[in-house]
Design a protein around this ligand. Structure first.
Ligand SMILES: [Zn+2]
Length: 75
């Protein structure tokens, strides 16, 4: 992952205080997920290079304000 994306700051998981990780899915969206409990943000899609960084920042922002989905039950 590029340096610019590594520099985006992520808070601890709002649910378990675990480590959040910025993830890119198949070259079309970003989301942040917790490495410990599996909580994650919504997927933020992008279409262009310009939108890509914005999507990464938006996903990180959702995470940092605690807008996360709980892990699916049973997982
Ligand atoms: Zn967590």
């Amino acid at each position: 992952m590029e340096q610019i994306l590594k520099e985006i700051e992520l808070q601890d998981c709002p649910l378990c205080r675990g480590t959040g990780a910025l993830e890119e899915e198949g070259g079309w969206c970003f989301y942040v997920s917790c490495l410990d409990c599996g909580a994650h943000t919504a997927e933020i899609p992008y279409k262009t290079k310009e939108e890509r960084l914005t999507a990464a920042r938006n996903a990180s922002h959702l995470w940092n304000i605690g807008k996360v989905l709980r892990p699916d039950p049973g997982e």
